[in-house]
Write a protein that binds this ligand. Structure first.
Ligand code: FAD
Length: 382
């Protein structure tokens, strides 16, 4: 067993950390204020390999894999949680296309994503089907050489910042009646609708996609008709859950740093408050939550890189890291006393950002549904 990062991975971490500190920090005020994603950072991020980190070089990516991706997302999230939120969903779009696309679809879309010309989108959720994916009602009907889509997707990351969307819609009844489509944002009858005004991760764009007799050419079907649930589940489980876990890990790293800095600088009774055992215990818990999350996140990513099955591990990393980030951020706000709830202090944003990671990519309860299945499997009667 080897828990050490390679020299190349350490170098990647340093490069992304510098990029995040120098290039993302100046954008954060506007991101918080307007809720807009800084599109001007797409190209610089692509040049560093961030946008194409999991895309193979034949499609203009750098193909470094999932451990490298987690490093990238963690470092972006340490500075600004909205960045890995948007970038990790972009990677979900890349993964879905790479895993299920035809050669023509891969050639058409993957290089543009890796070069930061546009952003990846995977639209599963609709108002009638959140956790209940099979309950979705957005429909697609084949008429001649086109599918006609009707319905609405909600809470979709990068909805307004992408030129095309991967959309899951119903082509027949039941779980085997879902299919995936590549929908151009300019397709007749397609539009990006309402943009959400979120509590946290504000700079990551979240919004609606609306389809009114939207015409999608038959060749834009992704995978097989009826294969939409499998595409959604594989993409969410492998790329989405590891991505949200890494986003939460980045936020947790910032929580730990902010709490530690404040505790060692704030003086009460003639000493820094870090001398108080009550504060030390809070720091001990935050530290353990960070380290446990880090181990879970990198284990899941490593398993993906080893081509192992890891749906339980990705669900565990996602559920634990997101809950831990919110829990640790609350402690960090408490360590700050009244300062913690003031807008000038970073910890209040970290608490808001951490809360938003919990439903994104599947709620804690859905994570526990997956974990319970694994926990009880050895005891089930054959
Ligand atoms: C910031 C953000 C970004 C997102 N980005 C995307 C995106 O890019 N693409 C996309 O498709 N979706 C996206 N989503 C949507 C996200 O996947 C859904 O919010 C999530 O799946 C939960 O669905 P819901 O919000 O409709 O909640 P519901 O499914 O309505 O859940 C309500 C409550 O019921 C609980 N519940 C549901 N089922 C069970 C069960 N079986 N057992 C116990 N409790 C249960 C839930 O845990 C929750 O507490 C995003 C969400 C957020 C917040």
């Amino acid at each position: 067993m080897d828990f050490a990062f390679s020299e190349r991975e350490e170098m990647l971490r340093k490069t992304v950390r510098e990029f995040a500190e120098n290039e993302v920090t100046p954008k954060m005020g506007a991101m918080e204020e307007t809720g807009k994603f800084p599109m001007e950072l797409l190209k610089p991020m692509a040049e560093l390999g961030i946008m194409g980190v999991i895309t193979p070089p034949e499609y203009d990516g750098v193909g470094l894999g999932y451990v490298a991706r987690t490093i990238v997302l963690e470092e972006l999230g340490r500075v600004c949680g909205a960045m890995p939120m948007a970038v990790q969903v972009h990677h979900m779009g890349c993964a879905a296309l790479y895993d299920f696309g035809t050669d023509a679809q891969k050639k058409k879309y993957l290089p543009a994503l890796a070069k930061g010309e546009t952003m990846g989108v995977v639209a599963v959720t609709d108002p009638s089907g959140g956790s209940d994916v099979v309950g979705m009602r957005t429909s697609a009907e084949l008429k001649g050489d086109r599918y006609i889509l009707n319905g609405r997707k909600c809470f979709i990351t990068n909805s307004h910042t992408s030129d095309f969307w991967i959309v899951i819609a119903r082509t027949a009844e039941g779980a085997k009646g879902l299919s995936a489509f590549i929908v151009d944002k300019d397709a007749p009858g397609a539009k990006a609708g309402h943009e959400e005004n979120k509590l946290g991760l504000r700079g990551a764009n979240t919004g609606e996609l609306v389809f009114n007799d939207c015409e999608v050419p038959k060749e834009n079907l992704l995978g097989q008709e009826g294969g939409g649930l499998a595409i959604a589940m594989k993409t969410v489980s492998e790329t989405g859950r590891t991505g949200m876990a890494a986003t939460a890990l980045g936020i947790l790293t910032a929580v730990y740093e902010e709490a530690g800095k404040f505790a060692s600088e704030r003086v009460l009774y003639g000493k820094p408050i870090s001398a108080l055992q009550g504060i030390q215990f809070l720091m001990a818990e935050i530290y353990a939550q960070l380290e446990i999350s880090r181990l879970l996140c990198y284990r899941a990513s490593w398993m993906k890189d080893q081509d192992m099955r890891f749906d339980t591990e990705s669900a565990m990393a996602k559920w634990y890291a997101c809950e831990a980030a919110a829990n640790a951020a609350k402690k960090a706000v408490e360590i700050h006393g009244a300062y913690g709830i003031m807008k000038e202090y970073t910890v209040q944003r970290l608490l808001r950002d951490a809360m938003v990671t919990i439903p994104a990519g599947g709620t804690g309860e859905i994570g526990k549904v997956v974990l319970a299945r694994a926990a009880l499997a050895p005891f089930m009667k054959k």
